[in-house]
Design a binder for this molecule. Structure first.
Ligand code: ATP
Ligand code: MG
Length: 366
């Protein structure tokens, strides 16, 4: 599977651009703030309808323009296909097309152009806060399982409404009457999230352990552990049992939630840890160990997606290679010997001989 061509109109700092790509390595070079990450954002958005950096769709529309267009020709599922997005600067909803046919949601284009993004922040994901790790896992799982994506959106919506109830109850105690209903729904959807996550992290842990073993010569025992709320003893348990255990958990925190006016616990606080030979990386890991483990996780994500869709996803490496020492660079480059890759960097140096070089200057291809 690969992206053959891309055309951009008023996307970020691009006016109009037509690009053709190599089915292997594409090196995107240019000075700072020229549009390298914007290009990767366009590719990633085209594949999943989500931006890894924009909060709102309108941010991606070029300043002063009414709409942006991203169109790509993809060789996928053994044929040539086109994907097209129209993004508007106002509140008008975006439009999605697959092979010229309008689609209702991005779910309907899942699997045509799966991508995996790897950026420098990911290298420290095992050291930073749980929120970053959750985002790391969730973004991978959402691409892998559109049903999980829908459940997560639903969960966050209920959570937001529940938070509003908790905030309002001091002034208006009557709102508490609807709280049990929200709690039940929250636990039902939350149980679904836990169930998906348990399976996902198990697969991710196994694949990452294999990469890490190759990387470290099998010297360290890589283990990934999924952490959820304390009343859940086995995250692989049936969803109705998980729901019940989440309810118990909420009951225990009922008073505290009312007093603090916040949704304190639940799957929205889930986390995962990685240990090497029993030593927790978050607490004890060296820079090098942490980075190596993060690379293994990213390669694992790519493998899982490849297995799911039957084709190697496109790998987007944003500034990540230049952050790595030569040994780690070589490991990553050897592991991605197959499939299509986009690599951005400011100083191409030793990478220029890898494949096609695309030079970006002020939102144009040189
Ligand atoms: P670096 O090497 O520093 O990472 P880069 O080439 O990756 O640089 P980008 O992040 O792609 O740079 O951003 C390039 C420029 O795009 C920035 O100067 C930013 O101001 C501009 N930009 C972002 N959004 C828009 C928009 N909606 N309209 C116009 N320009 C935008
Ligand atoms: Mg950049």
């Amino acid at each position: 599977m690969n992206l053959q061509a891309l055309s951009l109109r008023s996307f970020r700092n691009y006016g109009e651009a037509e690009l053709k790509f190599d089915p292997g390595v594409n090196l995107v070079v240019g000075d700072n703030a020229q549009g390298k990450t914007n290009l990767l954002e366009a590719v990633s958005y085209l594949g999943c309808g989500k931006s890894f950096r924009a909060q709102r769709v309108s941010e991606m529309v070029r300043f002063g323009a009414d709409f942006a267009e991203i169109q790509g020709t993809v060789f996928s599922q053994e044929r040539e296909q086109t994907l097209r997005f129209l993004l508007f600067s106002g509140s008008r909803p975006r439009q999605i097309f697959r092979n010229g046919v309008r689609k209702k949601s991005a779910e309907e284009i899942a699997g045509v152009l799966p991508t995996v993004l790897f950026c420098p922040e990911d290298l420290m994901v095992l050291k930073t806060g749980a929120a970053q790790r959750r985002r790391f896992g969730d973004s991978a799982l959402c691409q892998l399982r559109p049903n999980y994506d829908a459940a997560l959106t639903e969960y966050n919506r209920i959570l937001e409404q529940k938070n509003r109830i908790l905030k309002d109850h001091f002034e208006n105690p009557a709102v508490l009457e609807i709280l049990p209903e929200y709690n039940t729904r929250l636990c039902q959807v939350g149980a679904l999230l836990i169930s998906y996550r348990a399976r996902f992290y198990e697969g991710m842990g196994k694949a990452a352990a294999r990469f890490h073993g190759q990387f470290s010569g099998g010297a360290e025992d890589f283990r990934l552990e999924y952490k959820t709320v304390s009343t859940v003893k086995d995250p692989f348990a049936p969803v109705n049992l998980l729901t019940q255990q989440l309810m118990e958990h909420l009951d225990r925190h009922y008073r505290a939630e009312l007093e603090t006016a916040q949704c304190l616990t639940g799957p929205h606080k889930d986390d995962f840890t990685v240990s090497l030979s029993g030593v927790d990386l978050k607490i004890y890991g060296s820079q090098g160990q942490t980075r190596t483990a993060a690379i293994s996780l990213k390669l694992a994500q790519r493998e899982l997606m490849g297995r799911e869709w039957g084709e190697e996803p496109v790998l987007l490496l944003d500034d990540v290679l230049s952050e790595l020492d030569p040994g780690r660079q070589d490991f990553v480059l050897n592991q991605i010997a197959s499939g299509q890759v986009f690599i951005t960097c400011c100083e191409p140096g030793r990478f220029t001989k890898l494949g096609k070089t695309i030079e970006i200057h002020k939102g144009s291809v040189v």
